[in-house]
Design a protein around this ligand. Structure first.
Ligand SMILES: Cc1cc2nc3c(=O)[nH]c(=O)nc-3n(C[C@H](O)[C@H](O)[C@H](O)COP(=O)(O)OP(=O)(O)OC[C@H]3O[C@@H](n4cnc5c(N)ncnc54)[C@H](O)[C@@H]3O)c2cc1C
Length: 343
């Protein structure tokens, strides 16, 4: 049995399992609590998409370097955990005005996509609508199948010695360290007060049962991400914390998705909703709590939890083992919001 620090990880989303695996690999004795069931991580589309996220989401624009650094850690984590990483890339299609604006945003990031014709785009993404005569292609955005990847991370962590307790954690208990990787649920706020900085953003997604492969396709207000079927996503509903499926929102997503892939019209579709946790600046809270000794936060990933997970796991582990937290840790440090919590 490991002689290292005893760590409780609260939360079995991608932050919790990725951190648990990294901590176990670093010699910690890790127990992960999560009662099971769907969470944001299992609902997600699984895009590992620094380029189009930074170009399309104003909140992520200033985070491009950090998002790229997180992505670059994925190949190692995928190899370690058995997660299948697809590097087909991502296409953007849309009307000329939207594509031009996107090209400008990409150029500002110095992320230069390749413009390709519609026939080539359809060869890469079979079933893509004939309506699109051109597309922007980047190979820098990757993807994974989120439910399968979460299961693979959990398997790898358990194989590395992590004990899984299918219950809610109530606090640090008798362990040396508590990692609060509790997503959008506020239950541990007494143990990790900085979790108060988080607010929920509900997201609907629709999965269509059909063989789907190749790049993610992005367009105005909609994406289509292959995986186990094709996922059309996702809504952004700030301030909403329930996971009920709203039929009207699901129908809107399906209709927008079918405008990209009209041939999927008759395929069975199933909607789901998850709740992302977000901080005021869009980056997660990762690092020691200033309010509670022995508590590390790992929550608040907004739209990019899958993308960020290996970087978050690395910083969490560096905190516990007192190694160098790396150049991005400060930007995710919970202390950056100190004024607004205590001031
Ligand atoms: C529709 C949708 C699509 C998305 N698509 C993408 C995408 O393509 N790419 C991407 O990078 N991100 C995507 N995201 C965002 C991503 O899913 C989240 O950022 C990420 O999953 C958050 O992971 P997490 O581990 O912090 O939280 P969660 O996945 O929510 O996991 C938190 C877990 O903690 C558990 N928990 C809470 N309290 C306790 C407690 N006290 N004790 C024990 N367990 C507890 C919960 O039950 C839950 O299982 C998407 C999100 C949504 C909703």
């Amino acid at each position: 049995m490991s002689q290292g620090p005893r760590v409780t990880v609260a939360g079995g989303g991608v932050f919790g399992w990725a951190s648990a695996l990294a901590l176990a690999d670093a010699g910690c004795r890790v127990t992960l609590f999560d009662p099971g069931g769907p969470n944001a991580s299992s609902v997600a589309a699984g895009m590992i998409a620094p380029v189009f996220e930074a170009a399309l989401d104003p909140v992520a624009r200033t985070q491009f370097d950090l998002l790229m650094a997180a992505r670059d850690l994925w190949p190692e984590l995928a190899t370690r955990s058995g997660v299948a990483l697809d590097r087909s890339g991502a296409l953007a299609v849309g009307d000329d005005g939207w594509l031009e604006a996107l090209a400008v945003a990409l150029a500002a990031l110095d992320a230069r996509p390749t413009e390709i014709g519609g026939a080539t785009a359809r060869a890469m993404a079979p079933g893509l609508s004939e309506a699109f005569g051109r597309a922007l292609l980047t190979r820098e955005d990757w993807r994974l199948d989120a439910p399968a990847a979460l299961a693979a991370l959990a398997r790898a962590a358990v194989a590395a010695g992590v004990a899984h307790v299918p219950e809610m954690a109530r606090g640090r208990g008798g362990e040396d360290v508590l990692v609060a990787a509790t997503g959008a649920l506020p239950g541990l706020v007494h143990a990790a007060p900085e979790l108060r900085h988080l607010s929920p953003i509900k997201g609907h997604i629709v999965r269509v049962a059909a063989a789907a492969a190749g790049p993610v396709v992005r367009s105005k207000g909609i994406y289509a991400a292959p995986g186990a079927g094709m996922a059309f996503g996702a809504t952004m509903e700030p301030g909403v914390a329930d996971t009920e499926v709203d039929a009207a929102r699901a129908a809107g997503l399906l209709s927008a998705g079918l405008s990209l892939f009209p041939g999927l019209r008759d395929a069975p579709a199933q909607a789901a909703a998850g709740v992302r946790a977000a901080t005021p600046d869009g980056l997660p809270l990762v690092g020691w709590s200033e309010a509670e000794p022995g508590v590390i936060l790992a929550a608040g990933a907004r739209r990019n939890g899958w993308l960020l997970a290996p970087l978050v796991a690395r910083v969490v582990t560096a905190c516990v083992t007192e190694r160098d937290r790396g150049r991005y840790a400060e930007r995710m440090d919970p202390a950056r919001f100190r004024q607004s919590l205590w001031g």
